[in-house]
Design a protein around this ligand. Structure first.
Ligand code: GRF
Length: 206
């Protein structure tokens, strides 16, 4: 069974969706560890209630790489195969990213490269785009910038508020993140430039 290490800072709904899929066998993996940089993260409490090992490593006032080294040590102790960012509100150091090459995934609530950064759903709504959505990508040294693994499109309705749009995007996040983790764990992919190829064209119609 492949082992996931989840990093989160907040409510943890993406973590919960992944944990439920693991528990149900829909995702052939187990969450070996949940790490939060905030001891009061709701997601940490939810993990504890599910009996999933957790560790809080407060980051406030701690130099970035110093904190990342503590996090990496816990992930390595837990022998994780993939690091899953699920609302982890801290930029990772180059050191950390190099420590887990092509093994860190993030989900962003916009169709990257549009609307990186904070409040992406609001940025998209305010801009007036007709289609919003979410993106699962490998994490590289820039924010919201690594090779794209999956995207899911959510139409914007005229009646939408930022909240209603965010809720529909979040529902897609919960579906697409587990699906993408499964594809990455299956290992049938390679990266060419920025493009992630799953070999779909090789099997199509076979
Ligand atoms: C999600 O919108 C995700 O796309 C972004 O942070 C939010 C985390 O939400 N990276 P949750 O903590 O998983 O509910």
């Amino acid at each position: 069974m492949k082992r996931l290490g989840v990093l989160l800072s907040g409510r943890g709904s993406n973590f919960l969706a992944i944990a439920r899929n693991c528990a149900a066998g829909a995702l052939q993996a187990e969450i070996a560890l949940v790490v939060s940089n905030r001891a009061d993260a709701a997601g940490l409490e939810a993990a504890r209630q599910m009996g999933i090992p957790t560790v809080a490593i407060p980051s406030q006032g701690v130099p970035r790489e110093e904190h990342d080294r503590l996090v990496a040590a816990e992930l390595e102790k837990a022998q994780v195969d993939l690091v899953i960012l699920a609302g982890y509100m801290r930029i990772l150091s180059a050191w950390f990213i190099q420590r887990f090459p092509q093994r860190i995934l993030n989900i962003h609530p916009a169709l990257l490269p549009a609307f990186p950064g904070l409040d992406a759903q609001h940025q998209a709504w305010e801009y007036g785009v007709r289609f919003a959505g979410c993106t699962v990508h490998f994490v590289d040294e820039k924010m919201d910038s690594g090779p794209i693994l999956a995207q899911s499109v959510v139409p914007v309705l005229e009646t939408d508020t930022t909240d209603s749009l965010s809720a529909r995007i979040l529902a897609e996040e919960h579906r697409v993140y587990s699906e993408t983790i499964a594809k990455v764990l299956a290992g049938q992919w390679r990266i060419e430039g920025r493009r992630v190829l799953f070999g779909e064209s090789l099997t199509a119609g076979a």
